[in-house]
Design a protein. Structure first.
Length: 597
C-alpha cells in the first residue's frame, strides 16, 4: 500500500505547488492593475475635490461679505441699546446665516439679542490680541453647539472708534449644515461618495479641524509632530503658510493606511478643507467580481493539475517504478527484475541498470565469502587478545593493590593506624598556606602527651604499652568528627587537627578526651585479662593525658607546621607542670604581655 501511495503524494504536492504559484502570479497581476486604477481614481478624486472646495469657498466668502457689511453698520452704533437692536433686526432677517450673533466689548461684556451678559476673559484675550493687529475678519473657533451638537465655526470683526481704537469685537457663529445642503444642491450628493466626502473647517490657529459629521474632530496641533497620525504634517503647514490664496492639492496617509485627498482654500485667516472620497483598498478592489476571478483560478488550477498528471503518467511513472525496484534491491532482495516497455523513455536506462544489478549480485557473493574467512580469522585473533588482556588485567590489579598498600604504609603509623608525623606536618603546612590566602579560614591544634605511660612499659612490658597506645588511638578517633584529623606524633604523643573556625570547638574536644581517658580507669581490667591475673593500678599511676591547644589564624605569627607544633608542645608541657591531666590553651594576647614583662 505504501508503494502505491508515494506517486500519488508526489502528484498532489506538485499540484499544490503549481496552484500556489498561479495564485501568487494572479495577485501580482491584480496588484499592478490596482495601481493603475488607484492612480486614475486619485486624480479624479482630487479634481472633484477642487470643485467642491471652490463652491465651499464661495459660500463662506458670501457670508464673510455679509458679515463685513454688518460690522461696518455696527461700528456706527454708539449705545448698547442700538447694538442690541441691530443684532435682533439682523437675526430676524438672516436667521438662516447665523446661529448666533453677539458683541464683546474691551471689558469682556457681552451684548446679544437677549441683552447684556459677560464672557470669560481668558477665552477672548487672545482673540482681542489678534484683532488688534489686523482689521480683517477672522475665522476662529470651531466647535459643536452643546445643545444641538450642530457643527459651527466663528467669524470675528473688529469694532473701532473714529480714532481707530479697538472698542470690541463682533462675533458671528455660522453653521456647516447649510454648506452641506448647498454642496448637495450643486450636484455633489452621489450616494456613498457624499458620505465619505465632507466639509472640513480649520481654525486660524491651525489647531482643530471641524468636520460636518459631529462624530469627527481631529486634533491638528502641529507641535505634536508625527503623533497626530499623519505623515508630512510639517510640509502641509509650510504649504498653508506660503499659499496666500488659491487652492492646494495635497494627499496624505494616516496611521491606518487609509488615503485621503485634501484641498485647502485660503479664506481670510482660516481655511476651508474639502476631503475627497476615501480611496479603494487593494482587497476591496480584488473583491469586485470575486466569483469570476475565483472561477478563473479554479479552472486554471484544474487544468494545470491535469497536465501534471499527464506528465506523470507518460514520463515519470517508469522512472518511479524503477526507483521502487532499486529500493527493494538495496533492501536485500536479489531477485528483482526491472520491467519496462521498449517504447518507454526509461527502457535503455533500465537495461543498463539491470546489467549493473547482475554485476553487483555476483560481486556480493564473492564479498560474502571473503567476509566469512576474515571474520573467522578475526574471531581467533580476538580470543588470543582477550586471553592476554586478562593476564595484563590481573597483573595491573596486583600492582595497584601493592601500590595502595605502600601508600598506606607511607602515610600511616602502623601501630595505631593513625596518620604518621611526616604526613601530619605536610597536611598542616597546606592548611597554613590556605589560611594565609583566605583570612576567613582557621583551625586548631591539640597536642596530647600521655601521663604515666612509662610506668606501664616498666611495670607490665612494652606489649602492654603498645596495647594502651592502640586503645588510646581508638578512643581519640571515636571522640573527634569525621572532618578532623588524628595523628601519632611520636612515642606517646598525639596531635589532633580540629577543622573549625572557633577555638571553642577545640577546647570542647580536648575536655571530652580527658574525661573519656579518666573513665577507662587506667585499663586495669583489660590488662588483667591479658596477663591472666588481677591487676590493680593506683589512681596516681593511672594513664591520663596533658593537652596543649593552639588556635591558628592568619594573625598568628607562625611560619610553618614545625613552629606551630612547637608552640602546641610548649602548652602541653605547661599542662604537665600545672599538675597533669589538664588542658592549657594558647592566647596570643596574654603571651605578648608575658614576653613584654
Amino acid at each position: 500500500m505504501k508503494k502505491g501511495k508515494k506517486p500519488n503524494k508526489l502528484i498532489w504536492q506538485s499540484c499544490i505547488f503549481v496552484s500556489a504559484v498561479l495564485a501568487v502570479f494572479f495577485l501580482l497581476i491584480s496588484y499592478m492593475e490596482y495601481q493603475k486604477f488607484q492612480h486614475s481614481e486619485t486624480e479624479k478624486n482630487l479634481n472633484q475635490t477642487v470643485l467642491r472646495a471652490e463652491i465651499a469657498r464661495q459660500w463662506v466668502a458670501d457670508r464673510y461679505e455679509q458679515f463685513s457689511i454688518l460690522a461696518n453698520v455696527f461700528s456706527v452704533a454708539d449705545s448698547a441699546e442700538q447694538k442690541i437692536k441691530l443684532i435682533s433686526e439682523f437675526k430676524n432677517v438672516n436667521y438662516s446665516i447665523y446661529k448666533n450673533l453677539y458683541y464683546v466689548d474691551s471689558a469682556y461684556n457681552t451684548l446679544g439679542e437677549n441683552g447684556k451678559g459677560s464672557v470669560s476673559p481668558g477665552e477672548f484675550r487672545k482673540i482681542f490680541a489678534q484683532v488688534g493687529q489686523s482689521e480683517t475678519s477672522l475665522l476662529t473657533k470651531v466647535e459643536f453647539l452643546e445643545d444641538t451638537k450642530e457643527p459651527v465655526f466663528s467669524v470675528i470683526a473688529s469694532i473701532r472708534n473714529e480714532e481707530n481704537i479697538l472698542r470690541g469685537i463682533l462675533v458671528g457663529v455660522i453653521s456647516l449644515q447649510n454648506l452641506q445642503e448647498h454642496l448637495n444642491n450643486a450636484g455633489f450628493n452621489i450616494g456613498k461618495a457624499s458620505e465619505e466626502s465632507s466639509t472640513w473647517i480649520l481654525d486660524s490657529e491651525k489647531q482643530t479641524i471641524l468636520h460636518s459629521n459631529q462624530d469627527i474632530i481631529l486634533d491638528f496641533r502641529l507641535d505634536h509632530g508625527s503623533d497626530v497620525g499623519y505623515k508630512d504634517i510639517s510640509r502641509l503647514n509650510e504649504l498653508m503658510d506660503k499659499n496666500i490664496s488659491g487652492t492646494i492639492r495635497y494627499t496624505i496617509k494616516d496611521q491606518e493606511n487609509v488615503y485621503l485627498s485634501f484641498v485647502k482654500t485660503k479664506i481670510s485667516d482660516g481655511w476651508v478643507i474639502m476631503v475627497g472620497q476615501l480611496e479603494t483598498s487593494f482587497w476591496q478592489f480584488l473583491a469586485e467580481n470575486l466569483w469570476l476571478k475565483l472561477l478563473f483560478l479554479v479552472v486554471s488550477g484544474a487544468l494545470l493539475c491535469f497536465w501534471q498528471i499527464y506528465i506523470y503518467q507518460g514520463l515519470l511513472r517508469p522512472f518511479t517504478k524503477m526507483k521502487n525496484d532499486l529500493v527493494t534491491f538495496n533492501s536485500g532482495n536479489r531477485y528483482v527484475v526491472l520491467e519496462t516497455k521498449p517504447d518507454e523513455e526509461a527502457h535503455e536506462m533500465a537495461e543498463q541498470v539491470r546489467k549493473l544489478m547482475e554485476t553487483v549480485v555476483e560481486q556480493s557473493y564473492n564479498v560474502e565469502k571473503l567476509i566469512r574467512d576474515r571474520t573467522k580469522a578475526l574471531s581467533d585473533l580476538n580470543k588470543t587478545i582477550a586471553t592476554k588482556n586478562k593476564e595484563l588485567s590481573d597483573i595491573n590489579a596486583a600492582l595497584t593493590a601493592n601500590n595502595d598498600h605502600l601508600h598506606y604504609r607511607a602515610m600511616t603509623d602502623m601501630l595505631t593506624k593513625l596518620l604518621n608525623r611526616q604526613e601530619l606536618l605536610k597536611l598542616t603546612d597546606d592548611l597554613i598556606l590556605e589560611a594565609q590566602k583566605d583570612t576567613g579560614k582557621s583551625f586548631s591544634i591539640l597536642f596530647l602527651d600521655l601521663d604515666n605511660f612509662k610506668k606501664y612499659n616498666d611495670n607490665f612490658s612494652h606489649d602492654i604499652g603498645d596495647f594502651v597506645l592502640k586503645n588510646i588511638s581508638e578512643l581519640i578517633q571515636n571522640n573527634v568528627r569525621a572532618m578532623d584529623v588524628s595523628a601519632r606524633y611520636g612515642g606517646d604523643e598525639f596531635v589532633i587537627i580540629i577543622n573549625h573556625s572557633e577555638m571553642a570547638a577545640a577546647i570542647a574536644t580536648a575536655e571530652r578526651i580527658l574525661i573519656k581517658i579518666q573513665e577507662v580507669n587506667g585499663y586495669a581490667a583489660e590488662i588483667g585479662e591479658l596477663l591472666g591475673e588481677e591487676v590493680k593500678i593506683e589512681k596516681a599511676d593511672q594513664i591520663s593525658c596533658s593537652i596543649g591547644v593552639v588556635h591558628y589564624s592568619s594573625d598568628l605569627d607562625v611560619k610553618n607546621a614545625e613552629e606551630l607544633m612547637t608552640l602546641a608542645d610548649d602548652m602541653m608541657y605547661q599542662a604537665k607542670k600545672a599538675g597533669k591531666g589538664r588542658v592549657e590553651i594558647y592566647y596570643p594576647e596574654e603571651n605578648k604581655t608575658q614576653e613584654s614583662e
